[in-house]
Ligand binder design. Structure first.
Ligand code: ADP
Ligand code: 5GP
Length: 192
């Protein structure tokens, strides 16, 4: 009999906080048995991103069709005209492989997943030291125009205000400390 009970690990934060860096580290820890939930998005690929690995890059029209046909577990227009969403079939695909699902999604989407699967989900908020540091990190990441960076930073204060609604908050000041904390939390949650 298959006794596997799939869990969901959500990492949310304002853009530039470091959640992708932390999630990628956790995915490399094979003993955790995690697989990344590949979201669909209507935004353009950035940097080295690969379709079907980092995101399913689709047009806004296709995205809206999928909303109509109820294919999303959750979706958000995170920035104007930039849609992002988790496809229902993504979760079934990963659980069918006997893996736990890890998400890198915005705060509203993260809280929605927690609400839908309260006991199976660990929802983690990654907190940057302050907004100035976010700006520095986004500039250093060097993948977007100043306008796109400004759009991301403008949203950060409202996103920061949602932190207390998460199961736990990790401060990402020193990256190594934040990664160690994340790894321990996830390991404990998956073992419980
Ligand atoms: P997010 O996924 O939250 O948008 P990223 O993981 O892409 O954030 O991180 C944004 C940038 O900040 C990246 O260039 C990353 O290497 C860098 N970064 C992440 N954590 C830290 C940290 N603790 N100190 C300095 N830079 C960091
Ligand atoms: P980025 O453009 O930097 O990849 O992502 C922008 C924001 O959208 C980030 O906060 C990211 O976590 C979030 N995001 C990515 N995928 C999803 C998703 O499937 N659903 C929701 N709600 N947000 C997502």
């Amino acid at each position: 009999m298959n006794s596997f009970k799939g869990k969901l690990i959500v990492f949310s934060a304002p853009s530039g906080s470091g959640k992708t860096t932390i999630v990628r580290h956790l995915l490399r820890q094979e003993s955790l048995g995690l697989e990344f939930s590949i979201s669909a998005t209507s935004r353009e690929p950035r940097g080295e991103e690969v379709d079907g690995k980092d995101y399913y890059f689709i047009s806004a029209e296709e995205f809206k069709k999928k909303i109509k046909s109820n294919e999303f577990l959750e979706w958000e227009e995170v920035y104007i005209d930039n849609f992002y969403g988790t496809l229902q079939k993504e979760i079934s695909r990963i659980w069918a492989k006997g893996k736990h699902v890890i998400f890198d999604i915005d705060v509203a989407g993260g809280l929605r997943i927690k609400k839908k699967f309260p006991d199976q989900t660990l929802a983690v908020f990654i907190k940057p030291p302050d907004i100035n540091e976010l700006i520095i990190r986004l500039k250093e990441r060097g993948e977007e125009s100043p306008e796109k960076i400004a759009m991301r930073v403008a949203k950060a204060p409202t996103e920061m205000a949602t932190a207390p609604q998460f199961d736990t908050i990790i401060l990402n000041d020193d990256l190594k400390t934040a990664i160690d904390e994340a790894e321990k939390l996830v390991n404990d949650f998956l073992k419980a």
